[in-house]
Design a protein around this ligand. Structure first.
Ligand code: UT7
Length: 332
């Protein structure tokens, strides 16, 4: 893809997480688990959840998006596209992006949702950049947002302890200068593994019926240990690809923000990529796995902590159900 004189700049970022917090002690009461198991096996201590607030994916997206637009000093009417990565849309149709468009007043924007599991943000970011580099869009709102608790089985100790809710947003803007913003992206998938992480019921393959409406198949199923086996290698490949494509050296990377799914996956990936601890961003302890929201939430937190500054080269990498994986290298 390449009009080398044009870049997709990261003009603004924003994030939102709901107020209610679930601690590991809460899970000790509802399933056979322990704080010690959860912390050592996953790194998670708390997660933010919508709980009884009634919040839904579009509402969290809207809050994160308003922040991102303010950060970019841009009005919603300037947007010509909104892309939302989510597997927990408000409804099957219309897209969550439609609800966000209306609430923001982004009346000039085309809208769509992207379903790429935990890689939703990187898939959406890549799509936005492609539109910008092709000259088909100038200002694109890119969101990763999940209400994962709406598809979590709170009787399954192997998954319920993992997930949280939240949203992260960013605004990509066309600039007529080379070498800024999203420098390289890589997306990949392998449909041999569709059964490792899925919600079996409620789609056209297995519609909900009065007979199956209470089956566990309506919740997210994950074969965690099998997913784990592939995660590190696939993410390493994607990360190495974007580093090579952008023509940078691994030591040029200022900050590494991996998808926050499991501290053991993160540590092992950072080791393989020779990323030192001070360049690794981890916040899984506070939010758990928020799927497509995890990377944009982490970007905002890294900025708030002074760990992500203008000019920094940031490596984003993620992995999820599909299986799908991908990476992006961004000059902030
Ligand atoms: O978000 C993108 C995609 N998702 C991921 O990348 C997640 C990848 N997978 C993982 O993070 C890990 O596989 C998990 C955290 C989900 C599970 O950790 P694990 O070390 O792979 O455990 P396991 O599934 O192999 O289970 C080991 C044992 C089992 O008991 P037995 O059969 O050895 O007696 C499980 O029943 O741990 C047991 N176990 C638990 N014990 C206490 C599973 N969940 C729990 C729990 N508390 N919450």
């Amino acid at each position: 893809m390449n009009n080398k004189l044009v870049s997709a700049k990261m003009a603004g970022i924003g994030a939102y997480v709901p107020e209610t917090i679930l601690t590991n002690a809460y899970f000790e009461k509802i399933v056979d688990t322990s704080d010690e198991w959860i912390v050592t096996r996953t790194g998670i201590k708390t997660r933010h959840v919508v709980g009884n607030s009634g919040e839904v994916t579009s509402e969290m997206s809207i809050k994160a998006s308003r922040q991102a637009l303010a950060d970019a000093d841009m009005s919603a009417e300037e947007l010509d596209m909104i892309i939302i990565g989510t597997v927990t849309p408000d409804m099957k149709t219309p897209s969550t992006a439609c609800f966000v468009q209306k609430a923001l007043g982004a009346k000039n924007a085309a809208v769509m949702d992207v379903n790429a599991a935990c890689v939703g943000y990187i898939y959406a970011l890549t799509t936005a950049r492609a539109y910008i580099l092709a000259g088909m869009a100038r200002k694109v709102l890119v969101v990763g947002c999940e209400t994962l608790t709406s598809i979590t089985n709170y009787k399954d100790r192997g998954t319920c302890i993992l997930f949280g809710d939240g949203a992260g947003a960013s605004v990509l803007q066309r600039v007529d200068e080379p070498g800024v913003g999203v420098l390289a992206t890589h997306l990949a998938a392998n449909g041999d593994f569709t059964d490792l992480l899925c919600v079996r019921l409620g789609g056209s393959r297995n519609p909900l019926t009065p007979e199956n409406i209470n089956d566990d198949g309506r919740y997210l199923y994950m074969n965690g240990s099998e997913v784990f086996k592939h995660a590190v290698r696939f993410m390493q490949n994607a990360a190495e690809k974007v580093i090579a494509d952008a023509g940078v050296k691994p030591e040029d990377i200022s900050l590494f923000i991996p998808h926050q799914a499991n501290i053991r996956i993160i540590d092992s990936l950072a080791k393989r990529l020779s990323i030192p601890e001070e360049k690794l961003f981890v916040n899984i302890q506070n939010y758990g796995n928020t799927s497509s929201a995890s990377i944009p939430i982490a970007m905002v937190e890294a900025k708030q902590q002074g760990r992500l500054k203008a000019g920094d080269l940031v490596l984003l990498v993620s992995f999820g159900g599909g299986l799908v994986w991908g990476a992006a290298l961004v000059r902030f």
